[in-house]
Design a protein around this ligand. Structure first.
Ligand SMILES: *Cc1c(COP(=O)(O)O)cnc(C)c1O
Length: 234
């Protein structure tokens, strides 16, 4: 695990990238939130983020996040960014403040019931498979309207916006198309259903500039902040 000093240096560099990307897109620097992705790193990653004043962390597995969450070492919000199996929805509702990876109607309905039982309203994002990749999770673009209708009808869910993961590709134009695709879906649905859907969670270490240019409001960054992930924990 890197030292806190190294983390702070990395953070400064990422903040520099965000600033540059915002300036060239003509956007306010404060309009993009940085979500540090602490998955596959020890709990120190969460502590570093909290010490540096970051308010939330992203994790992709319920069990790993649950172990860190239970330590109660840092006052941060927890966001789930990885695929969630319906049978773990109850645990996820107990741990996470927001689930970004809502990718099926079955999961959506399960989360709604679990949130009701827990007596809370759960914030969610709808994950869109903008690349229409059959091996990836997320609603296809054509199914997003139905997914949003279901989310709006779910009394114990609050839908903040949309999330996507760009296809794995060295060609940044592929990522750019995915990000612009998500923004277009959001713009269309937001008018059609008269809801803001203000959060656009898109962009990671390798493609955050393209995401910010396309309108991202939250980038999810692991490697650039914490270095390569520990394969043993992966
Ligand atoms: C791991 C992960 C990230 C962070 O990726 P990096 O390339 O390490 O910045 C972002 N989003 C999701 C959904 C992830 O699973």
């Amino acid at each position: 695990m890197i030292s806190f000093q190294t983390f702070k240096n990395n953070l400064r560099q990422v903040e520099g990238r965000i600033e540059t990307a915002c300036l060239s897109a003509g956007r306010a620097v404060g309009s993009v939130q940085l979500l540090p992705v602490t998955k596959n790193h020890p709990v120190d990653g969460v502590l570093y983020a909290a010490r540096a004043g970051l308010l939330a962390v992203g994790e992709n597995r319920v069990q790993e996040a649950g172990e860190k969450h239970a330590m109660q070492l840092a006052d941060v919000r927890w966001e789930l960014i990885g695929h969630l199996q319906s049978n773990k929805a109850k645990d996820a509702v107990a741990i996470f403040d927001r689930v970004q990876s809502v990718d099926s109607l079955k999961l959506l309905n399960r989360l709604n019931r679990c949130a009701e039982q827990a007596g809370k309203t759960l914030s969610i994002l709808l994950q869109c498979n903008t690349g229409e990749d059959p091996n990836k999770h997320g609603f296809y673009v054509g199914d997003m309207g139905g997914a949003l209708e279901a989310a709006l009808a779910a009394e114990h869910l609050q839908v903040d916006g949309l999330m996507t993961i760009a296809p794995l590709d060295d060609d940044l134009d592929v990522a750019k198309a995915a990000f612009e695709g998500l923004r277009d879906v959001r713009d269309r649905l937001s008018v059609q259903y008269a809801v803001p859907l203000s959060e656009l969670s898109m962009g990671m270490t390798g493609d955050l500039e393209a995401a910010i240019a396309a309108g991202s409001t939250q980038i999810r960054v692991g490697t650039a902040l914490y270095g390569a992930r520990d394969a043993l924990r992966a």
